[in-house]
Design a protein around this ligand. Structure first.
Ligand code: IDP
Length: 147
C-alpha cells in the first residue's frame, strides 16, 4: 500500500474545483486518509519546493502557492503515486493528455491546479511537511476488496 501527497493549489480552490478533483480520486478507488484547507506559510512553501530553489520560476511559484488557501490531502492505494500523476497530467497543460486534470481544466504551466508527489520517497517527505501523524486516519472500507 502506497501513500501520496496531493494538493489543490490556490487556483483550483478559487475556481471551485476542490470537489471535482477530490471526486476523481474517490471514483478511481484511492482512499482519502487526510485532508485540510489552509493558508500556506512561506516557510512551508519553501520546504515543499526546495528542489526548485534558484530556478527562474521559483519566486513566482512561492508567491502563487502562498496567495490563497490550498486543499492538502493524503491518498492511499496500490501505486497511488504513479496513478495520481497519470490522472494529474504533465506540468504544462499544453502537454497534458486529454482526460487528465491539467488538460481538462488548466491552460498555463504555473496555474496548473494541483500538486502530486513524483515518487514514494517525495510523498513521505511531503506528507511529513504538511501533516502531523495524528492528522492521518487509518480505516478500512468494505468496498476495498472490489477495487
Ligand atoms: P509538477 O508539479 O508537475 O511535479 P514541477 O516541475 O515539480 O512540476 O514544478 C512545480 C511547479 O512549479 C509546477 O507544478 C508549476 O506550478 C510550477 N512550474 C514548473 N515549471 C514552470 C515553468 O516553466 N514556468 C512556470 N511555472 C512552472
Amino acid at each position: 500500500m502506497e501513500r501520496t501527497y496531493l494538493m489543490v493549489k490556490p487556483d483550483g480552490v478559487q475556481r471551485g474545483l476542490i470537489g471535482e478533483i477530490v471526486g476523481r480520486f474517490e471514483r478511481k478507488g484511492l482512499k482519502l486518509v487526510g485532508a485540510k484547507l489552509l493558508n500556506v506559510p512561506l516557510e512551508t512553501a519553501e520546504l515543499h519546493y526546495a528542489e526548485h530553489r534558484g530556478k527562474d520560476f521559483y519566486d513566482p511559484l512561492l508567491t502563487f502557492i502562498t496567495s490563497g488557501p490550498v486543499f492538502a490531502m493524503v491518498w492511499e492505494g496500490d501505486h497511488a503515486v504513479e496513478l495520481a500523476r497519470l490522472m494529474i497530467g504533465k506540468t504544462n497543460a499544453l502537454e497534458a493528455a486529454p482526460g487528465t486534470i491539467r488538460s481538462d481544466f488548466a491552460i498555463h504551466t504555473r496555474f496548473n491546479l494541483i500538486h502530486g508527489s513524483d515518487s514514494a520517497a517525495s510523498a513521505e517527505r511531503e506528507i511529513g511537511i504538511w501533516f502531523k501523524p495524528e492528522e492521518l486516519v487509518s480505516y478500512e472500507k468494505s468496498i476495498d476488496s472490489w477495487i
